[in-house]
Design a protein around this ligand. Structure first.
Ligand code: SF4
Ligand code: SF4
Length: 366
């Protein structure tokens, strides 16, 4: 598998990274540890050397620590993220970082990201002197490189780049549907120009680009998943593409796609066609939810991502009956119980106005 120089860090991780957010879970909701251990090690044995987790991915850091025992820690570049949104004082930085090192069973984190930067979270970065704490942790050897993941618009992306001249890398959402969304391709090129390595998340838009409608599939030059990944690997400014793999077959497939990928692999015409397919896809989706479940903070326990998923599926396949049948299985976790408290909206990386969307859906589904 191809490796690329990771900005000025001296690291050369593989172009495919394992996103540990969507690991396979058992019926009781906990991560299937044995599956995770076997699968991540299989991927590493087949050339994958980048592993990405976060403090807020439930159970993920602890399981990642287990997976990386028996000599696997030394084989990978390990990335995890600070939940800046949860900070209430400057001391939270050291408390959470020490907790992460313990969960991950390591004495250092290679790549430490400020998680999901947007305007509101950046206020916490400034208020709690997060970058000073990060530099101190770097001097102590607890973290090796400082970066951020990002969910806001291109102007604010530039503001964050300008705010600190020692960023080593960043992580942005990008796929052939989102070329002009959030940081977008312009943000990718700008970060690269400034010497940052760039990691890509949501290459399949929360799985939506893996199961495209027929009219989109007909426009693509090949397998939808391979096309989506190749669109990113084709660009030399992209260092790592993260895939949140929760099935063994996905891991095998993605490893095979990565093994034949390289920069400059697509023609200009293929790229243009895929961007056109992305525009068609965008018109087929009414709510830009990726199913990340960061909004799982609802006091009414409303099934937000499930409701958005069934509505998007209905828009794609026109099957209102199936959507109503799925909705009926949600019990009291339905849209009409939303009290518009806005607890969830702060958490949504896609900036969806969740209560407004739920109000619309409550009218449709009752
Ligand atoms: S706004 Fe509605 S969906 Fe969001 S947290 Fe409040 S009750 Fe739950
Ligand atoms: S509504 Fe937003 S936070 Fe919730 S699952 Fe969708 S994208 Fe994630």
């Amino acid at each position: 598998m191809e490796t690329r120089h990771f900005g000025k860090t001296g690291l050369t991780p593989s172009i495919l990274g394992f996103g540990m957010m969507r690991l396979k879970r058992k019926a009781d909701g906990t991560i299937d540890e044995q599956w995770a251990i076997d699968t991540l090690r299989y991927a590493i044995d087949h050339g994958l050397t980048y592993v990405d987790t976060a403090y807020v991915y439930e159970g993920s850091e602890r399981v990642t620590g287990l997976c990386l025992q028996d000599g696997y820690r030394e084989k990978v570049t390990l990335a995890t993220k600070l939940p800046v949104v949860n900070m209430t004082c400057p001391q939270d930085f050291d408390r959470m970082l020490d907790e992460q090192l313990e969960r991950l069973q390591t004495d250092h984190i290679d790549l430490y990201l400020l998680h999901a930067m947007n305007r509101a979270r950046w206020e916490n970065v400034e208020k709690y002197n997060v970058l000073e704490s990060a530099e101190r942790a770097k001097a102590q050897g607890k973290i090796k490189h400082i970066g951020f993941s990002f969910h806001d618009n291109l102007d604010f992306f530039r503001t964050v780049l300008d705010a600190y001249d020692k960023w080593d890398f960043c992580q942005i959402q990008l796929n052939y549907m989102d070329v002009n969304y959030q940081a977008g391709i312009e943000g990718l090129k700008e970060a690269h120009r400034r010497g940052l390595a760039v990691v890509i998340m949501e290459p399949l838009r929360g799985g939506k680009l893996a199961a495209v409608p027929e009219k989109v599939a007909a426009m693509l030059p090949g397998n939808p998943v391979e096309c989506a990944l190749d669109f990113l690997w084709d660009m030399p400014e992209v260092n790592v593409v993260l895939s949140g793999m929760g099935e063994t077959s996905q891991v095998e497939q993605n490893l095979a796609f990565a093994a034949r990928a390289h920069a400059g692999m697509l023609t200009e015409q293929q790229r243009e066609t895929m961007i056109k397919a992305g525009n068609v896809m965008r018109s087929c989706i009414s709510i830009p939810c990726t199913g990340c479940n960061y909004c799982n903070v609802c006091p009414k326990n409303i099934a937000i991502s499930e409701i958005f998923a069934l509505q998007n599926l209905r828009q794609l396949n026109g099957d209102a009956r199936a959507a109503r049948a799925t909705y009926a299985t949600l019990g009291d976790r339905i849209a009409s119980r939303c009290i518009s408290c806005n607890t969830c909206t702060q958490s949504c990386p896609q900036n969806i106005d969740i209560p407004t969307e739920l109000q619309k859906l409550a009218k449709i589904y009752g």
